[in-house]
Design a protein around this ligand. Structure first.
Ligand code: CTP
Ligand code: MG
Length: 242
């Protein structure tokens, strides 16, 4: 049964270790299918934790996380994860070919789909410029790639599973402006029709989000669109002014 990608958090509290303060406190939001949610806030604020609750990487202590109005607890975990694409801050690559890096974990994917995903991730061009193209070996004894190239491979991999929910955890960190622009362009296209969570430190990547959640010490301290938040004169505005 297809997943539409409607994500709801109802009063979610997450505690990693019993004697620690909660990493997330009473988080509530509703992300309708296809909408773009931006997450911003200082390091340790809880941005990654929110996205990891959707895949049931962790379980909340209090409250519930719903996908399509059904608790994530009631899903088969493999089925659930098949519908969620993650682009992590530190993209991981395997010591195998570029092709297999993109198709990873997906035996049914065709060469055509791999190439299409790479094109949409703005990766096809640089891959074709490598001596062995899609057959280029990566990793220890293979090619090294730049940070931006790795991120685009990771984006292509996420597209390949055709997810209903897409999580971009700082996907454009640590790249030069031109590469960031290319990745942004790729992501914009990739996010079409998918519920997307964009975690960013730079406000430029969040401007077009349907709703931005500003987190501080595990709590949502502000929420709204870019324009609304600038009018608020709160934490978002202060980040913007830096
Ligand atoms: N944390 C923890 N155990 C984990 C993951 C996180 O105790 N396995 C804690 C962190 O130390 C932090 C809080 O949970 O105090 C929130 O972490 P995280 O969600 O990773 O914060 P981010 O907002 O994603 O921080 P960053 O910008 O640095 O990625
Ligand atoms: Mg994080």
């Amino acid at each position: 049964e297809p997943i539409k990608g409607h994500v709801t958090f109802n009063h979610v509290t997450l505690t990693y270790t019993k004697d620690d303060d909660s990493a997330l406190k009473d988080i509530c939001f509703d992300a309708p299918p296809g909408k773009v949610i931006g997450l911003i806030g200082s390091t340790g604020a809880g941005k990654t934790s929110i996205t990891q609750l959707i895949t049931r990487f962790y379980e909340p202590e209090i409250g519930e996380v719903l996908v399509d109005n059904r608790s994530v607890k009631d899903y088969n975990i493999k089925t659930l994860r098949k519908h969620i694409g993650f682009v992590l801050q530190e993209p991981f690559l395997f010591s195998t070919t570029i092709k297999e890096n993109i198709a990873y974990g997906n035996p049914d994917v065709t060469d055509h789909q791999i190439m299409d995903a790479a094109k949409r991730a703005q990766a096809h061009e640089f891959i074709m410029n490598l001596p062995n193209g899609y057959e280029t070996m990566l990793g220890e004894r293979g090619m090294g790639l730049s940070g931006g190239q790795k991120q685009r491979i990771a984006i292509a991999r996420a597209i390949c599973i055709n997810p209903s929910i897409l999580v971009l955890d700082d996907a454009t960190s640590a790249v030069d402006m031109e590469t960031e622009f290319k990745i942004q362009k790729a992501l914009k296209e990739v996010m079409q029709g998918r519920t997307s969570f964009i975690i960013a430190h730079r406000i430029s990547s969040l401007k077009h989000a349907d709703e931005i959640l500003v987190l501080d010490e595990g709590q949502i301290v502000e929420r709204g669109t870019h324009d609304e938040l600038l009018n608020n004169d709160g934490q978002y505005k202060r980040i913007y002014d830096i």
